[in-house]
Design a protein around this ligand. Sequence first.
Ligand code: DC
Length: 239
Amino acid sequence: MFAIALDGPAGAGKSTIARKVAEHYNILYLDTGAMYRAMGWKAVNSDVSLRDDKAVEEMLCKTKLDVRFLHGSQHVYIDDQDVSDLIRTPEMSKAASDISALKCVRLHLVTLQRQLAKTQPLVIDGRDIGTYVLPNAPWKFFLTASTEERAQRRLLQLRASGDNKTSLEEVIEDINYRDKQDSSREIAPLRQADDAIVVDTTHLTISQVIDTITKKIGILPHEISEKYNKQDSSGAQNR
Ligand code: DC
């Protein structure tokens, strides 16, 4: 298996770094948060209570979740609708965090994530990749940053996506809520794996973080295609 696992709290820079590290090695980037967000989106739009394990489980059985890579970029589909852009709101961040605490959701999505990691080299980010999804991943990193820095970064992302409403205070509140919930849930909480390398990104630029990670990995991009069977596109399905 060639998997680079990036875990850490919301806003630590995981998705930006994961995307760039994947580009560096010319491999796929699997954003597992998007899968939880998509399920959260489905629940919110079906009026299913995120706290009702049984109702969510019933919903899951009737939901088709696909992850597809189009020109190397991940798209998430719920019942054949591409929801990739609809899941990037503060409401969906919270819904994802709520729904991700349910055992039935985690078991379902973790199975899909493991299938994808088995079939191709990838960079995969989340909360539990190094500890639970892929405990044997050869490279594990845990990205952190101060709450203030994480909130500022999230706010910039929201502004860039056209959200001019959400305030800094609301972003900090969301981050605190999710930090607490993601690290205190019973199943596969946010936790640093014992063998993960911690990278505090608070005062680092994106290229400094990428440098740190690729130096630790110590493999050249062409060595990956020589060693591993690389695919340009793939899909995983849930039904
Ligand atoms: O990385 P993100 O902000 O898109 O994640 C949204 C939520 O999904 C996060 O608050 C917790 C949950 N999540 C999870 O529990 N496990 C993962 N591997 C990824 C995300």
